[in-house]
Design a protein around this ligand. Sequence first.
Ligand SMILES: Cc1cc2nc3c(=O)[nH]c(=O)nc-3n(C[C@H](O)[C@H](O)[C@H](O)COP(=O)(O)OP(=O)(O)OC[C@H]3O[C@@H](n4cnc5c(N)ncnc54)[C@H](O)[C@@H]3O)c2cc1C
Length: 326
Amino acid sequence: MAAVLAFVETSRGKLKKSAAEILGEGKRLAQKLGGTLDAVVVGHGVTALAGDAGKLGADRVLVADAEVFKAFGVDAYLKALVKAVAASSPRLFVMAASVVGKDLGPALAAATQSALLADVTSVAVADGKVRVEKPVYAGKAVATIAASSPMVVATLRPNVFVPAQPEDGRSAPVEVVDAGVKPDDLRAVVKEVLAKASEKLDLTEADIIVSGGRGMKGPENWGILEKLAEAVGGVLGASRAVVDAGWRPHEEQVGQTGKTVSPKLYIAVAISGAIQHLAGMRTSKCIVAINTDPEAPIFKVADYGIVGDALEVVPVLTEELRKLRE
Ligand SMILES: Cc1cc2nc3c(=O)[nH]c(=O)nc-3n(C[C@H](O)[C@H](O)[C@H](O)COP(=O)(O)OP(=O)(O)OC[C@H]3O[C@@H](n4cnc5c(N)ncnc54)[C@H](O)[C@@H]3O)c2cc1C
């Protein structure tokens, strides 16, 4: 029996960046609860990754490795997680509030009759109860919620929790979870995932994001944002106005109906800072805004602001940042 069971995601033969955060926070909470930390890895050809989970602090690693888990599908993964819960009997189950976690978290909570605390930004243990904080009303308020079900499922917002540092030489026992899942048992099977060849980091995992808004005037001006992103080692984001106009793909949209991000640095270029945009980025550690309008709402949440025309400011800023990096 473990205090905490952490589901760690994998991608292209590696643990995802969120795994270190989930295991780092999982370890801290396991210590608070006075128990151990189990990790569960699900996928195809993922057994070799169990060692990485051990290096990141897991005391035991449960592995469900089968071809049926090759592409993510809620049905199959849920069966594996339910088996892992039975093997671990944790007080708390943690996973990333990623696309996968947002699908699996509610399903697992329902299957195990547990409370679901979704997209949380802090977790504490008080009087034996799990207590979390999460932004509500598009980030305008923070709710504190305590759960008292025997097991609690919490999805943790990416890029918020302190990641565990790998300890070379540390290892954990590995146990096979036989989920017994056959394709015929599943209501829906993902046959193939046609991923873009891009090696770009997902927005939710990026440390630095350069986001552009409608004030950029048109997609032809994105070249200067790409250069800025390159200079700071960041990835591109966008407001919904830009995505709706077809200037940028939806996968880049930040906000209430896009992605929720918490990078170390968020540069909002020519974005007004509508409440629905803020909902997706206000937990960024440092926010820089560039806007012609000194009254733009984005300046209310910005740590640094530049009032000016993005088409003039961004190339100069990029040049100066490049010099600093040389
Ligand atoms: C249900 C719902 C969900 C929504 N979800 C999202 C969401 O997920 N994400 C999201 O972003 N929005 C969302 N929206 C839309 C949101 O309300 C805003 O309409 C949108 O964020 C505006 O995008 P923008 O800031 O790029 O454009 P605008 O509001 O048009 O702002 C453009 C900004 O650029 C500035 N500007 C203009 N020219 C320049 C220049 N040359 N240099 C510098 N600055 C300049 C202007 O001063 C202005 O502040 C949602 C709305 C609804 C109703």
